[in-house]
Design a protein around this ligand. Structure first.
Ligand code: NCD
Ligand code: ZN
Length: 344
């Protein structure tokens, strides 16, 4: 039995670091585990300009201890009136790594999102020309579509048309949750990839209703049936370069989770790598963890692999019930249970 794993330092290709006191509380967890991270732009107001992204990047670095080896990779929040020239200039200046498509009202702070992809076609064409990746929250928002079907319907109604219109655009289908998404990504060319979160590999939709309503298991896209979780585990551990690590760590203060209308989001940053390692071990694929966590993402983005290494050791860690955060509390994923790998 393997007792230590040493891999290249991983990156997180999708994380919410928030702002202000919350940023200060959560950023160190991500920087402890990951060398780089794709930073979601859904602040309030959203990060839509290169100037606001550069200022946010500075706030992230200021929230970390001096000398921390961490690079935030910034993204542009696309709106109906996004400007192709601004976005291309921000990309050329090294400020924007990618741009994010939130369908309007799909999730937390997405009211400014795109109401119809047709509105941003000139921006997407430019992104295709310059090789700038598009990150997609892949859910339709129509109230008449069942919440558990919103990702599968998005593939049919939006993603297929988008890829047909812009066949060379690099697209990351983010935090996929269904076997339909896996089948679709597998069927596409190498410019279409997907991230997979630790929680969607661990829980199915029953986790939200285990003995009562469980707000800490609620996120968007919502967890689906067991068959989908199994398809995600297979994809993540398959060795396919199309799948890579993206935690979607999305902290909300405990009072915002435990509410009559609780926020969507699972805070998994503190033990993310340990959580993925558990899945890869259960699937007999620990030898593929490094590729998923540290190679497929940079290869897709055209960035160098990290040189530094990190080791995990077989050792019990108890995940606390909650954690102090700027005068409030955050409940981490796996709260109250044990994980069996520890970062050295
Ligand atoms: C995210 C958040 O809280 O910002 N929530 C979530 O459930 N993942 C938004 C998102 O990425 O959908
Ligand atoms: Zn997210």
């Amino acid at each position: 039995m393997t007792d230590t794993i040493t891999i290249r330092r991983p990156d997180d290709w999708h994380v919410h670091l928030r702002d202000g006191a919350m940023l200060e509380a959560v950023a160190p967890f991500t920087a402890r585990q990951f060398a780089r991270a794709i930073i979601m732009p859904n602040l309030s107001p959203p990060v839509t300009t290169a100037a606001s992204a550069a200022a946010y990047r500075d706030r992230i670095m200021a929230a970390l201890p001096e000398g921390t080896d961490f690079t935030p990779l910034m993204t542009c929040y696309l709106t109906d009136d996004a400007d192709a020239d601004d976005i291309a200039a921000g990309h050329a200046a090294g400020i924007f790594t990618a741009a994010k498509l939130y369908p309007a009202n799909a999730t937390t702070n997405s009211a400014h999102g795109v109401t119809d992809v047709a509105h941003i076609m000139p921006v997407l064409e430019r992104m295709q020309d310059i090789g700038m990746p598009l990150l997609v929250h892949g859910e339709v928002t129509d109230g008449d579509i069942d919440i558990f079907d919103r990702e599968a319907v998005f593939i049919e109604r939006v993603l297929k048309q988008l890829i047909a219109a812009l066949p060379d655009l690099k697209i990351v289908f983010e935090h996929i949750t269904t076997e339909q998404a896996v089948q679709f990504v597998d069927s596409c060319g190498p410019n279409i990839a997907a991230t997979i979160t630790p929680h969607h590999l661990h829980i199915n939709r029953n986790a939200m209703f285990a003995g009562g309503i469980r707000p800490h298991a609620y996120c968007l896209p919502v967890a689906k049936r067991e068959q989908h979780r199994l398809a995600l585990r297979k994809a993540a551990t398959s060795g396919s370069p199309k799948y890579f690590l993206g935690t979607d760590s999305a902290p909300h203060e405990i009072h915002a989770k435990l509410s009559a209308c609780g926020c969507a989001g699972i805070f998994n940053a503190p033990y993310a790598l340990e959580s993925y390692a558990a899945v890869f071990e259960e699937e007999g694929a620990l030898d593929r963890l490094e590729a998923f966590a540290s190679e497929h993402g940079p290869n897709f983005y055209g960035l160098p692999l990290n040189e530094a290494m990190v080791s995990l050791e077989r050792s019990n860690i108890h995940v606390p019930d909650d954690m102090e955060s700027a005068g409030s509390r955050l409940v981490p994923f796996h709260a109250g249970s044990d994980l069996h790998w520890r970062i050295l």
